[in-house]
Design a protein around this ligand. Structure first.
Ligand SMILES: Nc1ncnc2c1ncn2[C@@H]1O[C@H](COP(=O)(O)OP(=O)(O)OP(=O)(O)O)[C@@H](O)[C@H]1O
Ligand SMILES: [Mg+2]
Length: 218
């Protein structure tokens, strides 16, 4: 590993929880960039929707890393709807005590991807925020870059901080919009770690190039 790569890896906490301001905002793509760039491990604790490719299958295929980098989901739910409803449909209740963060080597990186956003219900009482509180690792919030992104990002940041979660930073995903970046940093009092533009190619090489381009040292 060259010196530059070592520097880049060291800015990332060893465990990081990827959440987003919405479903479909790019959590899995950002997770894949980090898993590929850091040669990290990936864990999606709750997968809602099994008919299409699951997020774990997608990150595995796109990064091309060995199976040992992928940890099984704690809950795999058939319907692609909110986890509380998808679980109820199967007669299952999501139980926070069932989640065990996978063990990884001390120097490794574990990327954990949430489901939907932070206030997605898991059961009649708990939200994704409660699971994040249990897991209690630094949070990376994926936000969009277009109109509405400032509002959604500030709302999510406020809730994360109300629950004393440590926000490592925000990643904006989508066509570049530097005005939004400045506003998010100013009003959100947060670092925008990267503004990730649509990737031209999503394969192991394209993801590694994305990592170097967007998360590399200046
Ligand atoms: N930077 C990007 N470059 C290319 N494609 C992207 C990028 N960001 C998102 N996409 C595409 O947009 C779609 C939604 O992204 P993604 O699956 O990462 O969202 P998500 O937040 O993980 O959704 P979910 O809530 O279902 O887990 C996917 O088809 C993905 O490939
Ligand atoms: Mg996803």
């Amino acid at each position: 590993m060259d010196k530059e790569m070592i520097i880049k890896e060291s800015i990332f906490p060893n465990r990081i929880f990827i959440t987003g301001t919405d479903t479909g905002i790019g959590k899995t793509v950002i997770s894949a960039i980090l898993v590929a760039g850091l040669r990290g491990s990936y864990w999606k604790p709750v997968q809602s929707g099994l008919e299409e490719m699951t997020d774990t299958e997608w990150v595995s295929e796109k990064t091309g890393l060995p199976d040992s980098h992928f940890h099984p989901e704690t809950y795999r739910l058939m319907l692609p709807i909110s986890p509380h409803a998808s679980a109820a449909h199967e007669g299952v209740r999501i139980d926070l005590d069932k989640f065990q963060i996978p063990e990884i080597s001390e120097s490794g990186h574990l990327i954990v991807e949430g489901a939907g956003g932070i206030m997605v219900p898991l059961n009649e009482r708990h939200l994704m925020l409660d699971l994040m509180r249990r897991i209690d690792i630094p949070i990376l919030l994926v936000a969009g870059s277009s109109l509405g992104a400032i509002n959604h990002t500030l709302l999510s940041l406020e809730q994360l901080r109300n629950r004393n979660l440590q926000v490592f930073g925000v990643v904006m995903n989508g066509p570049m919009n530097s005005g939004n970046r400045e506003a998010i940093e100013h009003y959100g009092k947060v670092r925008v770690l990267a503004e990730v533009e649509p990737l031209p190619k999503i394969d192991p090489e394209g993801l590694k190039q994305g990592f170097v381009k967007y998360f590399g040292v200046e």
